[in-house]
Design a protein around this ligand. Structure first.
Ligand code: 13P
Ligand code: SF4
Length: 300
């Protein structure tokens, strides 16, 4: 009898499908994926592919972005409960109000947001592209939604622009306090490097030897001469870190995005069999959101 992984491989060929997985996914999902990456990489790889079907193993806003950018493709979210809690922290009507308060500002929207919010934004960004886009956007005043922590990080890096922050955050990253990092650092000694995702607070980021997206953290650790690292982001990233760096040691904090872990191999199999859990987006909204996402790819 064929294993479920063999069945998935057969179905992928039959349906001309590819599987994309974010670094926060369970390791068995990352292992069956054709492409694994951070949110910027995954936003490009779907557009560039000639597959008919994209199975997106991540959270809903990521699958929606893939559909926005590739409207002719069938985009499937294997488990429809995979939602990002930050993405619901900004509503389009509230942002419209803020735009009236700052009529000269452009809206820069982190991709961890709804399609409706992307549609009323000027440009989107991911955590790896936010800094460049902020520099390249044609405005000195920027409303940044929804993540106040990533927004404040960009403000530090691009002081020549004025960034107006929204009050959104990621519960998993925002909950970490400096003492959590200091405790692990004390346990393992001074020669360890601390790698931090910019969704963490400023106080936590200040303890980092490196701050970057999941993809940038993996690149940094892989190129570093150091042998030991504290990893201050979701534990799913450890799979790729350890795969690429078998002789290095990585120590996680207790950070688990349950939404990212909800997708199982069974979900992937089921959605491929019946092409179920397809993402649908109103065409009028999609076109506007596509504009903001395409500008992200242009300005990066
Ligand atoms: P990346 O841009 O690093 O993939 O981060 C996405 C995310 O949701 C982090 O919580
Ligand atoms: Fe959203 Fe936070 Fe999970 Fe990233 S880690 S997908 S921001 S809830």
């Amino acid at each position: 009898m064929n294993s479920i992984v063999d069945e998935i491989k057969k179905l992928k060929i039959e349906k001309n499908a590819i599987i994309l997985a974010h670094y926060y996914q369970n390791s068995e999902i990352q292992d069956i994926a054709d492409y694994v990456g951070d949110s910027y990489y995954l936003s490009k790889v779907g557009v560039d592919s000639d597959a008919d079907v994209i199975v997106f193993c991540g959270v809903k806003f990521m699958a929606e972005s893939a559909k926005i950018l590739s409207p002719k493709k069938t985009v499937l979210l294997p488990n429809e409960e995979a939602l990002c809690s930050m993405a619901v922290m900004a509503r389009a009507d509230e942002i419209e109000k803020m735009k009236k308060e700052y009529p000269n500002a452009k809206v820069l929207c982190y991709v961890n947001s709804s399609t409706e919010v992307k549609a009323i934004s000027d440009v989107c960004c991911t955590s790896s592209s936010a800094m460049n886009i902020c520099r390249n956007i044609q405005s000195d005043e920027i409303i940044f939604v929804p993540d106040k922590n990533l927004g404040s990080y960009i403000q530090e890096k691009v002081p020549e622009k004025r960034i107006i922050l929204w009050n959104g955050f990621c519960c998993i990253h925002n909950n970490i306090i400096p003492e959590d990092v200091i405790k692990v650092k004390e346990e393992y000694g001074e020669n360890i490097e601390v790698l931090i995702h910019p969704e963490c607070t400023k106080e936590v980021r200040e303890l980092g030897d490196f701050v970057g997206s999941t993809g940038q953290i993996i690149e940094y650790a892989s190129n570093s001469d150091k042998k030991e690292f504290i990893v201050v982001t979701d534990v799913g990233i450890l799979h790729e870190l350890r795969k690429r760096n078998p002789t290095k040691r990585f120590y996680p904090l207790n950070m688990v995005c349950n939404n990212m872990k909800i997708t199982t191999i069974g979900d992937v199999y089921n959605c491929l069999v019946s092409l179920s859990n397809e993402i649908y987006i109103d065409e009028g909204v999609r076109i506007k959101a596509e504009n903001a996402l395409r500008k992200m790819h242009e300005l990066v």
